[in-house]
Write a protein that binds this ligand. Structure first.
Ligand SMILES: *Cc1c(COP(=O)(O)O)cnc(C)c1O
Length: 363
């Protein structure tokens, strides 16, 4: 297998040794044991601290996308109104997902290189449309941008909207997140981004209001939230526990708590500002509009003139650097350096920028 000494993919990120070791452990019994429940609860407590929430955190086996689906399918029935705020591919995609399960979706679209700013039109839409759920993405990974959430939470509370759904998959742990203060009912995360655990665990906070709706909706599918409400109390989980994934996630959350959340935020901010300032001084142009808020976890950059993405990707790999391409309308036009989790490292950012500097001067 080819490995790259300069990993800068914006998730899955490089998994640190301690997390790999936690994964490679055998457990006394692989079935549901009190030990597993204890591990689940300790992981939940760490995730509550990271999410800034006293609400229950449900931890499920599956990719980050699972959290996006589980929260929609467990809370919506056909005909429910959803206001989807879209400042990028994930925000728009969540609106499409809600539509696919029969919700009546109104989307507020912003250009993909901007962050939420037109609060008046958002407030008007909330007041007029009275959605059951508002959906938004914290860090739009393909765009490298970070949406502010405080004001949206205030509007949600002021208009008594039942549910605020926030995809925090690529920001959580690298950027302050205050789920309770921002009135977030469903805050979603995944293991393989900032937390730097292997892909395969997803988790979400569920507010009391959301639990009431989950009970009413009573969605029965594989990804349903409802069986998790009393899973710990009843020691009854809806499927076989994934010991290895849970142990890796627990170790990853422990490392973040031990580092200190504020230290992690500072480390991400420092990596991002180094990355941006070096790339701009080399002559690269950042994708986000100057008015947008940049995410401390990812830098999105235009593919420079005179080279295709495929060729840039090849030259980066030849020099030991692997970065992220893009999707949809940004495919082949914008590429990304993921300085999140283990990759929020000044040395690594400098190495990546050195490679890009060499490639650019050869053009
Ligand atoms: C990575 C990511 C997801 C989850 O996708 P995966 O399939 O787990 O990679 C969801 N939302 C955002 C914003 C992400 O960056």
């Amino acid at each position: 297998m080819i490995t790259y000494p300069i990993p800068m993919v914006p998730g899955p990120v490089k998994v640190p040794q301690a997390v790999l070791e936690a994964y490679l452990t055998n457990f006394g019994s692989a079935d549901l044991e009190p030990d597993f429940v204890e591990l689940y609860q300790k992981t939940e407590a760490n995730l509550q601290a990271i999410f800034g929430s006293k609400n229950q955190v449900v931890i499920q086996t599956g990719e980050g996308m699972l959290a996006l689906w589980t929260a929609l399918k467990s809370c919506l029935v056909p005909g429910d109104r959803v206001l989807a705020i879209a400042t990028g591919l994930f925000g728009a995609g969540i609106g499409d997902m809600a539509r696919s399960i029969g919700a009546v979706v109104r989307t507020i679209d912003f250009p993909y290189n901007q962050t939420v700013h037109d609060w008046l039109s958002i407030e008007q839409a909330i007041a007029e449309f009275q959605p059951k759920m508002i959906t938004v993405v914290h860090c739009e990974t393909p765009s490298g941008t970070l949406n502010p959430l405080q004001k949206l939470g205030e509007l949600k509370a002021a208009y008594h909207i039942p549910l605020l759904y926030v995809d925090a998959v690529s920001s959580l742990g690298g950027v302050p997140f205050l789920a309770d203060e921002w009135h977030v009912d469903l805050a979603l995360g995944g293991s393989q981004k900032v937390l730097s655990a292997p892909a395969g665990m997803s988790f979400l906070t569920v507010s009391e209001q959301a639990w009431e709706i989950v009970e009413e909706v009573n969605y029965p599918g594989y990804e349903a939230l409802k069986p998790f409400r009393h899973a710990v109390r009843d020691m009854y989980f809806p499927y076989t526990p994934y010991w290895h994934g849970m142990a890796a996630l627990y170790t990853a959350t422990e490392a973040l708590i031990k580092e200190g959340l504020n230290n992690s935020f500072q480390r991400h901010t420092a990596a991002a500002s180094l990355c941006c300032s070096r790339l701009v001084s080399l002559g690269f142009s950042l994708y986000p509009d100057p008015s947008a808020i940049l995410s401390p976890t990812i830098t999105a950059v235009h593919v420079p003139q005179g080279i295709t993405w495929a060729e840039l990707d090849r030259r980066m790999r030849d020099s030991g650097l692997v970065a992220g391409g893009n999707y949809g309308p940004l495919a082949n036009k914008v590429f990304r350096l993921g300085h999140m989790g283990t990759q929020a490292d000044l040395e690594l950012v400098n190495q990546a920028c050195d490679v890009l500097s060499t490639i650019l001067s050869a053009l």
